[in-house]
Design a protein around this ligand. Structure first.
Ligand code: ZN
Length: 443
């Protein structure tokens, strides 16, 4: 059977690493296969495509997006889909924000009807901002997790949080309930399920220990929070030093090590205030960190003011990391907001190396690599999923609209976003998931 091809013409940005991003000013994504299963047949310059596909390129199968840029779909490696409503709430302190706004919001997801409606809306929004992969926290409730599993479009691992202590009454499970539910969900969802102790403060060591055993056996991902701010770290250490077997722990990371949670399929959100010894532990076990710049940003920038993640120290230690929005700690769902915030915060602090190309790599391919799906998705390559977003090329007054490099072009797109953060969710004209158009241009 003859393959039917589609040709998407526009500027192509293709992230390869922290320092490399292919830039094709006038390029084509050649797509084959049925929508929903389509893959990239080729990625090349328009001139070359005209020769190579002379007999196949026609007006009817060519989508002209000149004046726009194609980027791969994003990976958001840490967010709480059940916290969509608290993104904009006042964030004076992490523990206070959790108690006052976040926990009551999550408690509403005990209602299956509410969970279904919200999941439908939330994951539609997520497709609209071009996020087609990542790691997700749900509430403690089975119905909310099931709703998210049904609605999520892309390469996501999702887990219900486990909360057995130091939590509000209506969000507290017994240890047996927590373990039982995690086991049941692992059986039901397999590798799409992520074992998700909320953080050491709220999940007892027994639950983490037991869960880590069956998550490892099922080869599921595990995710939690680590070392987000000083108040949380101090409280965690004090709490655990009172538990038998943990009296002599020196660090927060050691708690997760002791319960058996560190490993190549484990994601630690934040990891801002880690010692060299802790970074060493993470590197040795290949545990990944998810850096959430918009959530960690100063309170004046609508974050929780947790501090600046030291990406250089993390990389020197050999720890893998990727970007996440940490919705609702982060205020904006679009990964454009996360990328611009990463670049801007580091620039302001005088740290070099936080380029736009690096931000793009950490918001796409790096996430796919950590999730183990980079052979199939994460950037543009023959045989990979035809998953991408289409973004208009911004024009600076006086410029002729020509952009000389990937860095310059990305920097202009980020600038547009930084000026109006809440409008970034509308930055994308079109998002395409495995060849299926998920969102058409906004009117
Ligand atoms: Zn979080």
């Amino acid at each position: 059977m003859k393959k039917s091809l589609k040709f998407y013409r526009g500027t192509i940005l293709n992230p390869k690493s922290d320092t490399r991003c292919d830039f094709i000013a006038d390029g084509v994504l050649v797509v084959s296969g049925a929508p929903g299963r389509a893959i990239l047949e080729d990625v090349l310059a328009w001139d070359a495509a005209q020769k190579k596909y002379a007999k196949k390129i026609r007006a009817a199968n060519t989508f002209d997006h000149r004046g726009s840029v194609f980027l791969p779909g994003f990976f958001d490696m840490h967010f709480h889909w059940v916290q969509d409503e608290v993104r904009t709430m006042p964030k004076d302190s992490l523990l206070e924000w959790l108690e006052r706004y976040t926990f009551p919001t999550e408690a509403r997801f005990s209602d299956p009807v509410y969970s279904k409606t919200r999941a439908h809306e939330f994951f539609k929004h997520l497709s609209r901002v071009g996020t087609f992969g990542g790691a997700v926290f749900s509430s403690i409730h089975e119905c909310a997790l099931s709703a998210a599993m049904k609605e999520a479009k892309g390469d996501f691992v999702i887990g219900n949080v486990l909360m057995t202590m130091n939590s509000p009454k209506d969000l507290t499970q017994t240890e047996d309930q927590a373990i039982g539910l995690a086991e049941k969900m692992t059986r039901r969802f397999g590798k799409r399920y992520a074992f998700t102790p909320r953080f050491a403060i709220s999940t007892s060591p027994r639950v983490m220990k037991k869960g880590a055993v069956f998550a490892n056996r099922a080869r599921c991902f595990q995710q939690t929070h680590l070392s987000e701010n000083h108040e949380e770290i101090a409280f965690t250490l004090k709490l655990y030093r009172g538990f038998p077997g943990f009296e002599k722990i020196k660090s927060y990371t050691e708690i997760y090590q002791k319960v058996g949670m560190l490993g190549a399929r484990t994601l630690m959100a934040h990891g801002i205030h880690l010692s060299d010894a802790e970074l060493k532990m993470l590197a040795k076990t290949r545990t990944a960190i998810v850096h959430c710049p918009t959530s960690n940003a100063p309170i004046a920038e609508r974050g929780l003011g947790s501090g600046l993640f030291d990406f250089k120290k993390t990389e020197r230690a050999g720890v893998r990391w990727a970007l996440g929005s940490d919705i609702g700690g982060g205020p904006v769902l679009s990964m454009f907001d996360v990328m611009q915030s990463f670049v801007k915060q580091n620039q302001r602090a005088g740290k070099t190396g936080a380029s736009c190309i690096k931000a793009l790599y950490r918001a796409t391919l790096a996430g796919a690599e950590i999730l183990g799906v980079s052979k199939r998705t994460g950037n543009f390559k023959q045989g990979k999923d035809a998953t991408f977003v289409v973004v208009p090329v911004p024009h600076r007054a006086g410029s002729k609209g020509t952009h000389q490099s990937a860095e310059a072009l990305l920097s202009m797109i980020f600038e547009v976003g930084a000026k109006n953060r809440d409008a970034q969710d509308d930055l994308i004209q079109r998002s395409v998931f495995r060849g299926r158009v998920m969102v058409e241009e906004h009117s």
